[in-house]
Design a protein around this ligand. Structure first.
Ligand code: ZN
Length: 135
């Protein structure tokens, strides 16, 4: 067994899933609530499953500095939606599986196509939100 240093975590993603039209509406509200409170990079809507994800979703990329506020806030404000939180350590397969944590329902991840080997570091996160509310 090896012990990984915290330094291996470059950033995090939260993937916010929805399925029904009602859940999409809830996800849209949550998206706005996040944008008002956190300095993060919110990705585009994926209306169909993409990559390892088995449900429609959008991604929120955030720095290690945001984690201690953003993730606890999501725990109590995810409005019943399933959320995957994973670190970016440069190893996509393990980041989406053994390194990942789930809020709410744990969904399947299609891990086979994800690289098992080390990949290029994630691009630096440039937030696209302008928080106005203290979480
Ligand atoms: Zn991700």
């Amino acid at each position: 067994m090896t012990v990984q240093s915290l330094d291996t975590i470059q950033s995090y993603h939260a993937h916010i899933y929805f399925e029904s039209a009602e859940q999409r509406d809830v996800a849209a509200v949550l998206r706005e609530e996040i944008a008002q409170r956190f300095s993060v990079l919110i990705g585009s809507w994926h209306e169909a499953p993409i990559g390892p994800h088995v449900r429609p979703m959008y991604q929120v990329a955030f720095s290690i500095v945001e984690f201690p506020k953003f993730v606890p806030w999501l725990m109590i404000n995810r409005h019943g939606l399933a959320v995957l939180v994973h670190p970016n350590t440069g190893y996509p397969r393990r980041d989406h599986t053994s390194n990942a944590t789930w809020l709410g329902e744990k969904l399947d991840i299609i891990a086979d196509p994800l690289p098992e080997h080390e990949t290029e570091p994630e691009a630096a996160i440039v937030p696209d939100t302008f928080p106005v509310i203290e979480p």
